[in-house]
Design a protein around this ligand. Structure first.
Ligand code: SIN
Length: 374
């Protein structure tokens, strides 16, 4: 069954609804003897009718009360205090207010339930109902989403927002439908920075170093392009890998670097803004389409509001966490000059050519248009 797209163009088939408590209809053993005086028969008939109504109402109410709320398990990889963690909490609270007793949201942060790399499969198999993995981690379901990993594609978050709201960006939400996954919206984190235990200013500074990446061919190619060695590892392991020196460095946003304490294990962070870390809030079409229409519409509204809340926090928190990292005195933040930046662009941007056919030239063009403010 195709996923029902956003409210305005949704096709609703009432027979798809999950049945709620059905009012029971009981045949009462009433027989009326027309030889008896009318008033007696009528009194008996009315009493039986009232009794039937009371029984019916009681059964209906008890069935309704006995109905279990729909549980939505929301699995994600980061701390509650991150933009994504806050989005999940906002969603849970909105659902509690607007669908009390009907839907319950349980959040599993910090990869307690699934790593981001396998949460997509868990969604498709119905083992969890909601997740918001990094877009990089959805490559296994469609090559098109590799677009978001191309280094230096988006100049800023406004360009990202414009592209995601474009026709091409919105179509990507449905690009994994055949694989049992559908996007309910994009959620921002922000631009990534590069860290290491050595001064970093130009690409040669990280040559020969080992860098943790999310599982992504584009990110692999990006680090190989500057002669570093990429290693795909789950987010939950990054801090330990840094502390033990198993990896030399990592790339992430200010909010993740701060919330997961990476800055405490790294002496330098270069403010490269070289790539994007954004998420897609995903569910399974078979779960979503079977929700009662009113519940589904309310949940979609809650998701929209929670994403807007998360996006606001993302912009604010990345700035605040950058300031906190600077103020911590534990790591040095290196601001790049125009010429430093050009060296990164020149080294990394050629990887686009290797992925453009896989991603689709028209998508890259649409992202570039969004980057130009159109
Ligand atoms: C996340 O923000 O969900 C994790 C990103 C990462 O794996 O680096």
């Amino acid at each position: 069954m195709p996923f029902r797209k956003s409210l305005s163009h949704r096709r609703i088939n009432p027979t798809d609804r999950i049945p709620h408590a059905q009012p029971s209809v009981y045949a009462l053993p009433i027989s009326v003897n027309f030889n008896k005086p009318f008033s007696k028969q009528w009194a008996r008939f009315s009493a039986l009718l009232i009794l039937a109504a009371v029984i019916n109402m009681t059964l209906l109410l008890s069935t309704t009360h006995a109905e279990e709320p729909i549980t939505i398990r929301f699995s994600h990889a980061v701390a509650n205090k991150t933009p994504k963690g806050q989005m999940a909490i906002k969603f849970r609270d909105l659902v509690a207010q607007r669908l009390p007793g009907r839907v319950k949201v349980k959040i599993y942060p910090r990869s307690l339930m699934y790593q981001d790399s396998n949460v997509g499969a868990a969604i498709a198999e119905g083992k969890v109902e909601l997740a918001a993995p990094a877009l990089s981690k959805l490559r296994q379901f469609t090559p098109k989403l590799q677009l978001f990993d191309l280094p230096f594609l988006f100049p800023n978050m406004e360009a990202v927002e414009r592209f995601q709201n474009s026709m091409e960006g919105q179509a990507l939400l449905y690009s994994m439908e055949q694989r049992g996954i559908v996007g309910l919206g994009y959620l921002h984190n922000g631009m990534k920075q590069l860290s290491g235990n050595y001064p970093i200013r130009t690409p040669t500074d990280i040559a020969g170093k080992t860098y943790r990446i999310m599982t992504s061919d584009v990110l692999k190619a990006q680090f190989e392009a500057v002669n570093a060695t990429p290693v795909a590892k789950p987010f939950s392991q990054v801090y330990n890998l840094l502390v033990t020196g198993t990896i030399d460095g990592q790339e992430n946003t200010w909010s993740n670097i701060y919330a997961s304490h990476f800055y405490r294990a790294q002496s330098h962070i270069a403010e490269t803004n070289h790539g994007l870390l954004d998420y897609m809030v995903i569910t399974s079409p078979s779960f979503w389409n079977k929700l009662p229409v009113d519940v589904r519409e309310t949940l979609e509204d809650c998701i929209r509001l929670a994403i807007a809340h998360g996006n606001q926090i993302a912009a604010r928190q990345n700035q605040q966490n950058r300031t906190a990292i600077l103020g911590s005195g534990m790591t040095k933040v290196v601001e790049l000059t125009q010429s430093d930046r050009e060296q990164w662009v020149n080294a990394m941007k050629p990887v686009w050519g290797r992925f453009s056919a896989d991603i689709g030239e028209e998508l890259i063009r649409a992202a570039l248009v969004a980057g130009q403010g159109r």
